[in-house]
Design a protein around this ligand. Structure first.
Ligand code: CP
Length: 323
């Protein structure tokens, strides 16, 4: 694996190996007074975020530091992006400055793929001169497209809570149209053998969803009794250009997970949310804090999954940032 850009690129064995690796990191660190492994000493990991983030940026930084990598956070608002530098020039600059891994969040779908293409090969003015070199690129969320490490940490949480993913019925509920989490989860969970159902108003389903490996439904009440897990998606108002149909109130009434709807779930079913949550919109206040909600477990698993991904991409490879 050179990069992690999409869960659609992962085979079942790839994904299972990453989840197993994440659990090994969790076990290696549990109970340790000092959570520091020498695994990535001398490696330089750069996070490059053009959109806001709490969980993803922080957990990548923690993951890198717990493996002794040098972690540098590049924020668009305080970089030369603010002076008009292009994404291509920024990416090539960070590669020339010594990045072994670029962890990228960007509002444009496909940005991480593009950066992987721009930063592969050599530095010369004549273009790439060494195929296969350049930093590993990790997609930390590109527009409405993909967020692969989120899907991996969700899968790890489901595997730990349910015991297995194969044959489980997982409902992804809400604003699927704008959700990179939904697309990454739909591919990964079906690769791992789950039955995935998207529950959403027709206006919040993407064009081409009939080609995804999922079922669709507009009736949340009907889907809850048969679900082993329900993943509530954030309503992404920032991607709606001021319009929101159905209305926020109607959405909350028809697609929000409230106390009454929790009563429709089987006793063992669990509730996930990738965060940030809009309490009172897609998820009720008490639902988010219930023992069946896995939200903080997801965050914790995010650190171990990102350690596993960095380990797989960087350990045992030559430093890609050296001139
Ligand atoms: N789930 C997620 O991507 O959260 P952040 O936007 O806080 O990183």
């Amino acid at each position: 694996m050179r990069h992690l850009l999409s869960t659609a690129d992962l085979t079942r064995d790839d994904a299972t190996d990453l989840l197993d690796e994440a659990e090994r990191f969790e076990q290696a660190l549990t109970g340790r007074e000092i959570r520091k492994l020498p695994t990535l000493r001398g490696r330089t990991v750069m996070t490059v975020f053009y959109e806001n983030s709490t969980r993803t940026r922080v957990s990548f930084e923690v993951a890198g530091k717990w493996m002794s990598a040098d972690v540098i956070n590049v924020s668009a608002s305080s970089s030369s992006v603010n002076k008009g530098e292009s994404l291509r020039d920024t990416a090539k600059t960070l590669r020339a400055a010594g990045a072994d891994a670029l962890i990228v969040r960007h509002p444009a779908s496909g940005a991480a793929h593009q950066i992987a293409a721009w930063t592969s090969g050599g530095f010369g003015p004549d273009g790439p001169d060494a195929e296969g070199t350049g930093p590993a690129v990790i997609n930390a969320g590109d527009g409405t497209h993909e967020h692969p490490t989120q899907a991996l940490l969700d899968a790890l949480t489901l595997r730990q809570r349910l015991g297995s993913i194969e044959g489980r019925r997982i409902a992804l509920v809400g604003d699927v149209l704008h959700s990179r989490v939904a697309r990454s989860n739909a591919h990964l969970l079906s690769t791992l053998g789950a039955d995935v159902v998207l529950v959403a108003p027709p206006t919040l389903l993407p064009v081409g969803v009939d080609e995804w490996p999922v079922e669709t439904s507009g009736n949340l009440d009907a889907e809850l009794p048969g679900a082993d897990a329900v993943m509530m998606l954030r309503v992404q108002a920032e991607r709606m250009n001021g319009g929101f149909f159905p209305s926020a109130r109607e959405y909350s009434v028809r697609y929000g997970l409230n106390e009454r709807r929790m009563g429709l779930l089987s006793d063992d079913a669990v509730v996930l949310h990738p965060g940030p949550m809009l309490r009172g919109m897609e998820i009720g206040y008490s639902v988010a804090d219930s023992p069946r909600a896995t939200i903080l477990e997801q965050v914790r698993n995010g650190v171990h999954v990102r350690m596993a991904v960095l380990f797989r991409l960087l350990a045992g490879t030559e430093s890609g940032g050296a001139l």
